[in-house]
Ligand binder design. Sequence first.
Ligand code: AMP
Length: 396
Amino acid sequence: MKTVNSQNFAGKKVIIRVDFNAPLNHNRQVTDDTRIKESIPTINKILNDGASVILMSHLGRPKGGYEEDYSLSPIVPVLAKMLDRNIIFSRELFGEKTKAEASKLKAGDVLLLENLRFHPEEEKADESFAKELASLADFYVNDAFATAHREHASTATIAKFFPNKKFFGLLLENEVNNLEKVLNNAHSPYTAIIGGAKISSKIAIIKNLINNVDNLIIGGGMAFTFIKALGGNVGGSFVEEDSLEIAKEIVKEVMLKGVNFYIPTDAIIADKFSNEAQVQTSLAENIEKGWLGLDIGRNSCRRFAEIINKSQTILWNGPMGVFEMPNFKQGTKAIAISVASATISGSFSLLGGGDTVAAINQYNLGDQISYVSTGGGAMLEYLEGKQLPGIKALLS
Ligand code: AMP
C-alpha cells in the first residue's frame, strides 16, 4: 500500500476522492459531520506538505444532472471550519473555468468540486470524464472507503492517469488495516454477529466468514429465515422464502466446518409491525399465527453475551431487531453493550453498516469499539473476500 505518508507533496496539486456524502436536514444543513471529519487528517497532511488540494465527492443519488438538493455547497462552511481556511467552491467539475481555477491554486489552497454524480459519466466509469478530472492535478489520492466498492470514474478509472502518482489516503489505509485484522489475522476465539432484515444481502459474507470464525451468531429478521428453514414456526415474522434453501445449506456448511452456530431461542413478538403493538416473549421456534418476531429475547441476549465476552475478535454487522422502534431495541442494545465491554477487557472489535453504526452511536458506545468502519456495502464486499475496484485501481 503506497500511502500519502510515503510522499512529500510540496508545491504540487493533489486531487483527492473524499466521501462528503453527509446527511442533510430539510434546511440543507449537515446533521452529522462524521464523514467530513474522517477526511481531515489526509487533507491536512497534504496541505501541511505545502501542496494545494482539489476535493471531489458525490452526495446522495441525483438523477444525473444538476439538482440543488444534492449540491455539495452545504459542506463548504463545515469544511472551512474544520480546516480553518477558506474553501474555493467550483460549481463545475471541469471545463475552462475549473481548469483556470485549479491552475491558480497556491500552496495551502483548497478547491471543492461540485457533486460528481451530476454527471452520469461518473457512475459509468467514463474514461474521458476521468481524464478531465485527472488533468487538474499532479497526484491522485483516494480516501473514500465507503465508495471503494464502486467502479466509478473518480474511484477507479481516474487512477490509470496517475501511474506511480496514486496513493491511499489515511482513512482508506486505516480501513484496510483494520478489516485485515478480522479477515486474515483474527485471534481466536473469533465471533461474527450478523443481523439485519435480509439474509439474501449477507449470504456471501456469511459463506466467507465461516472459513475463519469460531462462533457465528445470527440475529435480526434474517434469524427467522434460518429458524423456518430448520423446521420452526415463525408466525408472521419476516422470512425470505427464496432463501430457505440457502439457509439450510449454510447451516450444513457451518456444521461441516465445526463452527458454533447460534440463533435466537426466544423472541420479542408483536401482533403488528408497530411500536404500539401488543408485545410478548415467545420461543423463537414457536411463534403463533398473527404474531411476528421483532427482536431477540432476554435468554438469547444472555447467551450471545456469554459468547461475546469470551471472544478475542468480534465482528458485528446488522441490528438484532427493529431497533428503530423503542419497544424492539433491547436486543441490539444488549449486544452493543456486550461488544463494548468485551473490547474494554482487551478484545478487538470491528463493526460497520449504516444501522449498526447508528445503533452504537444511539447508545453512545462508539468510543468503546476498536474500529467502526465508515463503509457499509464496501465493508461487506471486503469481508466477502472481494478486491474492491477503488483499492485495485491504486495497487495496479
Ligand atoms: P439490513 O439493511 O439488512 O442490515 O437490515 C436492517 C434493518 O433490519 C433495520 O431497519 C431493522 O429494523 C430490520 N430488522 C431487524 N430485525 C428485524 C425483524 N425481526 N423483522 C423485521 N425487520 C428487522
